[in-house]
Design a protein around this ligand. Structure first.
Ligand code: NIG
Ligand code: FE
Length: 438
């Protein structure tokens, strides 16, 4: 494995963005994740400037104030300057739900669905998540890491700077750990920030079909302790739904995660309803999907900081008529985030702007709500709210520059990438991918 290609942010030249048509700072004086009316507050500054030094944001405000700063006056020649006239600048997207550790697209599932089969029917017939497992088990770690890296590069080309990345297509101790190592190696070659998650509990692999509890034992007694000891994961996730794991399994797995010092999040209410309140005692960072959330759980969620992470790319790609109930959740005061759910089965998109477009057109979120859900609330969903999600002094220099005069154009255009430049921990990348080589 070649050594890390990450540039030390202290060696980067200072970066100044000037004359930004609209700077969305996402600053707010309200504590906690954004909910209800606060989800609309983008903190817009016109003709704005942002100065980044050493991978951190040093100032964000009006261009004229930045240019009269004594330090900048003296050091302007040492600063890389980007003229952002006619552009929108916002915090880099925090994609808080992705599954990048896979080898191949699932084209057979795709065709079967076009011919009328459902996601569940395909899974029962041997397709679905299980059909991605063989290739991951056989893959060399380096090859898997290159696949993860190419996913990360496609995400950053669309303005994403922080990615929560799950394992989940290995489904054995060895292959889940290999997947987490591949995520770590890819993260070391990408300038953005990766939050790794162990999803050994994605489905029960076929060799444990007759005794699923034995597989839950492997997760609790082997995968979680190893991932925790080797610091390969920050979160443990479970697919808690019909055809995958029960709420009781989920509680067992969450208890093991907690015992080993890992935080938890869960795929829940995607295909069927699960009562959520028993899971709240584990303080999950996020409940993901939430299509079939029970009305009685909503007031409980409105009182907590657990984020509801909605992933409408899956509804789009599975051809579903209904989308996650964003309005019901937001209007009740539940903090909502948006993520791609990048994966080969239900949502093969790396593009957060497309997810924002779906959220506006199909879930009736306003452009302001969609942007806050994809930045600040994504940061809350991965526990990085102190470093990510808004543009303010002291935070990481994660920015997306869009070829748009008005921020509403970000969810308005779809099927086209209008992200011109992405800044990840102070490092600037332009359009187009460099090949994913490790
Ligand atoms: O979030 N629902 C479980 N996991 C993914 C799908 C994974 C796959 O089909 O490969 C999801 O939609
Ligand atoms: Fe998922």
């Amino acid at each position: 494995m070649s050594p890390s290609k990450k540039v030390d942010p202290r060696l980067l030249s200072p970066l100044l963005l000037v004359h930004i048509n609209q700077l969305l700072t996402l600053c707010s004086n309200k504590p906690g994740p954004r909910r209800a009316a606060a989800l609309k507050e983008l903190g817009v500054i016109e003709d704005a400037a942002v100065l980044c030094i050493g991978g951190k944001i040093v100032s964000a405000g009006k261009t004229k104030d930045a240019l009269s700063d004594p330090w900048l006056k003296k050091n302007r020649s040492k600063v890389t300057e980007i003229d952002c006239a006619g552009k929108v600048v916002l915090p880099g997207f925090v994609d808080s739900h992705t599954h990048p550790a896979f080898i191949s697209p699932r084209l057979v599932d795709f065709e079967k669905r076009i011919a009328g089969a459902t996601y569940e029917e395909i899974a029962e017939a041997g397709g679905g998540i299980r059909s991605s497992v063989e290739a991951v088990r056989r893959a060399e770690k380096k090859h898997l890491a290159e696949k993860v890296l190419s996913g990360l590069q496609e995400m950053s080309a669309h303005g994403t700077t922080t990615v929560e990345a799950k394992s989940g297509y290995g489904l054995s101790l060895e292959s889940e750990i290999k997947s987490l190592e591949a995520i770590r190696d890819a993260a070391n070659h990408w300038p953005g920030t990766v939050v790794p998650t162990l999803l050994g509990a994605h489905v029960v692999p076929k060799e444990f079909k007759k005794n699923p509890q034995k597989y839950v034992d492997v997760i609790c007694q082997q995968m979680i302790p190893q991932a925790a000891k080797r610091k390969l994961a920050k979160f443990v996730d479970v697919f808690c739904d019909k055809g995958a794991f029960t709420a009781e399994d989920t509680e067992r797995i969450f208890a093991a995660a907690t015992k080993n010092g890992l935080a938890v999040r869960v795929h829940v209410c995607q295909l069927s309803e699960t009562v959520l309140w028993p899971l709240l005692r584990f303080h999950p960072a996020s409940f993901d999907h939430m299509d079939h959330v029970n009305d009685d759980d909503i007031p409980q969620l409105a009182k907590r900081d657990t984020v509801a992470t909605l992933v409408p790319g899956a509804n789009y790609f599975l051809g579903l008529k209904n989308y996650p109930p964003a309005r019901r959740l937001i209007d009740a005061g539940v903090p909502v985030a948006l993520a791609t759910d990048y994966n080969p089965g239900s949502s093969p998109t790396p593009a957060m702007p497309f997810v924002l477009s779906l959220a506006c057109t199909h879930m009736k979120m306003s452009p302001e709500e969609a942007i806050a859900a994809a930045t600040m609330n994504g940061a809350w969903s991965v526990g990085l709210q102190d470093r990510k999600g808004s543009i303010e002094p002291g935070k990481d220099a994660d920015l997306a520059i869009f070829d748009a005069k008005d921020y509403r154009e970000i969810p308005y255009w779809f099927g086209v990438n209008r992200c011109e430049v992405t800044v990840l921990n102070g490092e600037k990348i332009g359009r187009g991918n460099s090949p994913a080589k490790i």
